[in-house]
Design a binder for this molecule. Structure first.
Ligand SMILES: *Cc1c(COP(=O)(O)O)cnc(C)c1O
Length: 393
């Protein structure tokens, strides 16, 4: 029988296939707020699987701003930004975010996923070109595909290949966009920003950097991978930041020149045809932004924790993560091994979620360990001991 004749009747077969390859995913039900410890299946576990890098997702000051926001604005925004949903609270947050990244304007989106797909589609169409790092986040890849521009991969951080690919088409009169994560989400390594900027500049291309894991975390004031002290808006015309990770709330923003932001307001379908985030959430994020800017000790703590972890990994003889960020992947390769190590860690009180294909390439299943400013050095030691038991002994 051809696939066509099956219709949807083969759904169960396909699910079984995932189960048999150990690629079937299940959701763990968390029974506590996000934090250093979370309660899963009734057990309290040390949590090394969040993107709450600065430990702000349960910060009482942000919660208070959220509650005050609800008192002032209610719960729902009621409409999209272009109808009646764009409140003074949203507008103020956009101005604060633009000031934070030192760019002319910023525009709020409901999520990082929506922002990436929405921006690429507003900028590119048939006949244009988009170049993406092979390990870019799914939302950047989806944005590129959906845009119908000519889509080309380059191998992870391979700047020579990118240079060749872009140079091949420069005689064509079209728009060219180079797209990269700032910090790669599953590996924690940094893009080669200086080279990306140079290639974009020399080939009259635009550069879009998605700094979901860098914003709030990198640089003295948490301004991220594209620190305005070193890089101008012209160097990186399209900057994406997300608010659900280091900022501890939800949503995302795009920051750039006036003409970029106006173009998105006029043309980005993911901006236009969706309800604005609750105004109270914008109030909460405004409070978070102040904390991110001023509490540098949170970033300093992350540096200490990562250093301690890497020293421990070295002495255990485990594969050293090639990352200086709070994302410290332990690439174990086989899915089965990765699952069993994760299982052992959990039995020992450490929650580390295994990441397998298709989220990461085949044969690179890993434990994606993340640290947050809520962790202590003792927590790192506990994780190292558990890893010693799970992997070495
Ligand atoms: C998490 C993430 C996103 C998606 O952001 P959401 O706000 O969670 O939708 C986009 N890009 C990267 C690199 C991410 O890690």
């Amino acid at each position: 029988m051809s696939k066509h004749e099956h219709g949807f009747r083969d759904l169960e077969t396909r699910l079984d296939e995932l189960r048999s390859r150990q690629l079937f995913r299940t959701r763990r039900i968390v029974e506590s707020p996000q934090g250093r410890e979370i309660v899963v299946d009734g057990r309290s576990l040390l949590n090394f699987s969040s993107n709450d890098y600065l430990g702000l997702a349960s910060d009482p000051r942000i919660a208070e701003a959220f509650q005050e926001g609800i008192q002032t604005w209610g719960t729902g925004s009621g409409a999209s930004h272009l109808i009646s949903g764009h409140t003074a609270a949203h507008h103020a947050l956009e101005e604060e975010l633009a000031d934070f990244v030192e760019r002319p304007r910023a525009l709020l989106f409901g999520s990082g996923y929506a922002a990436n797909v929405g921006v690429i589609n507003a900028l590119l169409s048939i006949g244009d070109q988009v170049f993406e790092d092979r390990l870019n986040h799914a939302s950047l890849l989806d944005g590129g595909w959906i845009s119908r521009a000519d889509f080309q991969w380059f191998e992870h951080c391979d700047m020579d290949q990118l240079q060749c690919l872009v140079a091949q088409g420069t005689d064509r009169p079209c728009r060219r966009l180079i797209v990269s994560d700032g910090i790669f989400s599953m590996d924690g390594d940094k893009c080669r920003l200086d080279e990306l900027i140079e290639i974009a500049h020399n080939t009259d291309s635009w550069l879009q950097i998605d700094d979901a894991h860098g914003i709030g975390v990198h640089g003295d004031h948490g301004k991220g991978t594209v620190d305005p002290v070193s890089y101008t808006t012209e160097d990186v015309p399209v900057l994406i930041g997300t608010l659900g990770k280091a900022f501890g709330t939800a949503g995302a923003f795009v920051a750039g020149e006036e003409a970029l932001i106006e173009t998105l307001i006029q043309r980005s379908r993911n901006y236009i045809f969706t309800t604005a985030m609750p105004a109270a959430l914008a109030c909460a994020t405004s409070r978070s932004l102040e904390i991110v800017l001023h509490e540098s000790w949170r970033r300093a703590r992350l540096t200490v924790l990562v250093k301690r972890f890497q020293e421990g990994i070295r002495s255990l003889g485990l594969p050293m993560p090639q990352s200086h960020s709070p994302i410290q992947p332990l690439v174990l390769g086989e899915t089965e091994t990765t699952l069993s190590v994760a299982h052992s860690l959990e039995a020992q009180g450490c929650f580390v979620v295994p990441i397998r294909p298709p989220t990461v390439p085949v044969d690179t299943s890993r434990l994606r360990i993340t640290f947050t400013a809520a962790h202590s050095e003792g927590d790192v030691d506990r994780l190292l001991e558990a890893l010693n038991t799970a992997c070495v002994e």
